[in-house]
Design a binder for this molecule. Sequence first.
Ligand SMILES: NC(=O)c1ccc[n+]([C@@H]2O[C@H](COP(=O)([O-])OP(=O)(O)OC[C@H]3O[C@@H](n4cnc5c(N)ncnc54)[C@H](OP(=O)(O)O)[C@@H]3O)[C@@H](O)[C@H]2O)c1
Length: 340
Amino acid sequence: MRALRTTTGTPSAWTVTEIAPPAVAGDQVLVEVADAGLNRADLLMREGAYVPSSADWNVAPDRVGFEMAGRVRAVGDRVTGIAPGQYVMAQTGGACAELVAVDHRLLLPVPDSLDLVAAAGLPSALLTEYGALTEAARLRPDDRVLITGGAGGVGHIGVQLARALGVHTVIATTRSRDKAGLLRELGATRVVDTDPENPEDPENPENAENPEDIATVLGPDAFDVCLDHLGGPVLADLLAAAAPRARIVQIGRLAGTHAHLDLETLAARRIQLIGTTFRGRDAGELRALTARLREALPGLLRTHDVRPVIDSVLDLSEAERAGQLLDRPGLIGKVILRIT
Ligand SMILES: NC(=O)c1ccc[n+]([C@@H]2O[C@H](COP(=O)([O-])OP(=O)(O)OC[C@H]3O[C@@H](n4cnc5c(N)ncnc54)[C@H](OP(=O)(O)O)[C@@H]3O)[C@@H](O)[C@H]2O)c1
């Protein structure tokens, strides 16, 4: 079968190679991958800056791809409730390949409302943001939610999920005025422009607010839950806008891996700072999160129409270009590779 792999060198490359199809264990399902979603972690892995270690990565580390959607070809002898022909999606290692073998407890059904391109871009963001909101932050519907990097591949699902879970106030940040409208369409009730270089927009003052920093524009007591995809100075700034007993879930560190935090504010407001990652999660933890998400899925996807924004769809043979698109500043939503 064809599979995408990272070949080392200067620079490294993504190369389509022929490899043996995976063996299927008793509790696994063999999936014919239609489409795979690319993620920032794919770029980090390629640079050697990310080593996956969770139980949903069961292939060699040079394989590419964390999520896919496709059709069940065969099921192991210990699998019940899933049959060949069904459409499924999952976060699973080496997803950019014609076939993947996935633990059946890590699969999610693809509803009729979603095509396979959209489904391929959903599992990682959905698991990340659903886990962050419900498990890490223990979200309540009356919470006000702040999402940093809200237009990103992960954050724009967080915006939709928060609304789907009943939240009335969802504040999203972006450095790009152009993305403010989309964020509002996705459900953000307020958009904060965090780029101090951006000029005010007198013709469209509602488009995005342009602060010196997040706390200056939001003021104190502005959010109860934050999904922070940026870290660094953004995380440091937002503490001053947190409500007493706010929960900040630290998900990504695109703005920096170190932050200079005002611990007086952290302590005085009894703020909880909670880190999360899939790395190191064992099979039981992943299965439990997937099972809870699977149960909530009809409400989230069918009733509330949570879906990824698709930035671009490219053929597997164009993986190199897809990687460049994933890394460009104007990216909105997901880059998808067509596999079969
Ligand atoms: N913990 C977990 O389990 C988990 C799971 C999945 C992903 N992640 C991580 O979460 C983060 C977000 O992933 P993603 O796929 O959404 O990434 P993404 O699409 O590449 O970027 C998210 C957004 O962040 C903003 N941004 C990027 N660099 C920035 C900077 N230096 N300063 C301020 N804003 C910046 C950009 O928005 P604007 O251009 O609109 O400002 C970008 O669209 C990544 O670090 C990823 O590795 C973590």
